[in-house]
Design a protein around this ligand. Structure first.
Ligand code: AMP
Length: 444
């Protein structure tokens, strides 16, 4: 700000605009356009409502954090940290990263502000953009959006049931059918140490059949190898986590399964489900949908992350959460017809016929808006028939016309655009006349 434009700002040299292609959105990003915003708002509203019904309140954290937070939290050896982070150095030489997921930031915020010390668990829901430098394809973007929840400060099978069931109820509230809930347990820290040894024992002799990434990952985090997208059938014979699990962990998992069954939430136990990120323990789950293909078949997922707080340098604090991909949910909800159709821009257009009538039209628009009617004012100097066409295009049901005669008589013409009928009303009666016309249209 303090520096001169010549030092910092863009070049002021004349550019031949014909030689420069017009700008486009960066690869892997997309614009939310007004027609899509009805379904977008609906989905976010449904999530906030379902979460609110369970006692979860909104939390919002920065979209960038110190890079170290994700390196420590998400974990070295994960795809996300190794190759997918958007990391940059700011002007103070700090390394910052656009968040690739929501849990780590929410946990940081909750623990930084000591929110989980009195209220246990602290229940919060969030929504917002996430950033991963992945290869864009159907259902996979570089900027995408998630809605999610976290319950921080308590470890207990019933809380796991609450979170998994809430995700299920959310999908039901969206009217999405055909979801298969995948459930697994990753055991506790000691179980995973044992499992790690079992995996090392299995994969080490097969090293030459692993991809380059996995060869490197095997020693850092052998669980990651199970997540390999290029696996050549080796996973099928790999040891299962359940074989390395203590009696306590086995009992915990049984309790979660029993709780879900009692809640009437159907699930499939999938012993191969490890989830992409490093910090999970015990319950891990994903909501799969067949209309999404291949590696992109997951609408959302989550798990328990009891070791994460310590990894970040906070006192040990257990937690569990889920995250859903908004774009994927909307894709399925739209395909299945449960997402709402685009809402028109307005219900009423007030048109002045003739420039002298603009102030009277503007006043009527003001009165309608004050009465809560979604109103667009067309005080342009376009021809009357153009104005009526444009009101139609906006999706309005009613056009209020203010011409020379109407102004003289202190009135306005209320035109039902659907039925193509119209009647003149005194200005003071316009709100009632519009309301009656809209109601008749709704009832039809
Ligand atoms: P994850 O944090 O990887 O478990 O992701 C949770 C959910 O976010 C997934 O089930 C997807 O619905 C969504 N998601 C993850 N990565 C992407 C992406 N690159 N593009 C679109 N959605 C994504």
């Amino acid at each position: 700000m303090g520096s001169s434009p010549a030092a910092r700002g863009p070049s002021t040299r004349a550019v031949d605009s014909r030689a420069v292609p017009p700008p486009t959105a960066p690869k892997g990003t997309h614009d939310l356009l007004p027609d899509a915003s009805t379904a977008w708002t609906w989905l976010h509203g449904v999530h906030a409502e379902v979460a609110g019904r369970h006692g979860y309140r909104l939390i919002d954290t920065p979209i960038f954090e110190h890079t170290e937070l994700f390196e420590r939290g998400v974990g070295t050896g994960t795809d996300v940290v190794e190759k997918e982070m958007y990391t940059f150095t700011d002007r103070g030489e700090r390394s910052l990263t656009l968040r690739p997921e929501g849990t780590v930031g929410v946990l940081r915020a909750v623990l930084e502000h000591r929110l989980a010390e009195e209220v246990k668990p602290l229940r919060a829901h969030y929504a917002g953009p996430m950033f991963r430098a992945e290869r864009p394809q159907k259902g996979r973007f570089r900027q995408f959006h998630q809605v999610g929840v976290e319950a921080i400060g308590e470890r207990g099978a019933q809380l796991d049931v609450e979170v998994v069931e809430m995700g299920w109820r959310f999908l039901q509230a969206l009217g999405i059918t055909g979801v298969v809930l995948q459930l697994n347990s990753l055991g506790d820290h000691d179980d995973r140490l044992r499992y790690r040894q079992a995996l090392l024992g299995y994969y080490r002799p097969l090293l030459d059949r692993l991809c380059d990434d996995c060869r490197r990952r095997l020693e850092v985090n052998p669980l990651r190898v199970l997540d390999c997208k290029r696996d050549q059938g080796l996973r099928d014979s790999a040891p299962l986590i359940t074989d390395s699990m203590s009696e306590e962990s086995t009992g915990y998992f049984a309790e979660v399964r029993a709780g879900l069954s009692a809640a009437g939430v159907p699930f499939e136990v999938n012993p191969r489900l490890v989830r992409g990120l490093d910090y999970y323990a015990h319950t891990a789950f994903e909501y799969w949908h067949s209309s999404l293909q291949g590696a992109q078949n997951s609408l959302g997922g989550g798990g328990r992350y009891d070791g994460l707080a310590e990894t970040l340098g906070f006192p040990a604090t257990p937690g569990i959460g889920y995250a859903f991909g908004v774009e994927r949910l909307l894709m399925v909800a739209t395909e299945q017809g449960s997402a709402p159709a685009p809402e028109p821009a307005c219900d009423v257009v007030v048109c002045s016929f003739g420039t002298a009538q603009a102030p009277a039209a503007a006043e009527l628009a003001r009165v309608l808006r004050a009465a809560g009617v979604r109103t667009v004012l067309d005080a342009s100097d376009r021809k009357p028939d153009r104005k009526l066409k444009s009101a139609d295009r906006l999706g309005a049901q009613v056009c209020v016309i203010v011409g020379e005669d109407e102004v003289r008589e202190g009135a306005a013409m209320v035109r039902d655009l659907g039925r193509r009928t119209q009647a003149r009303h005194p200005a003071a009666r316009v709100v009632d006349a519009v309301a009656a016309t809209l109601a008749a249209g709704d009832a039809a």
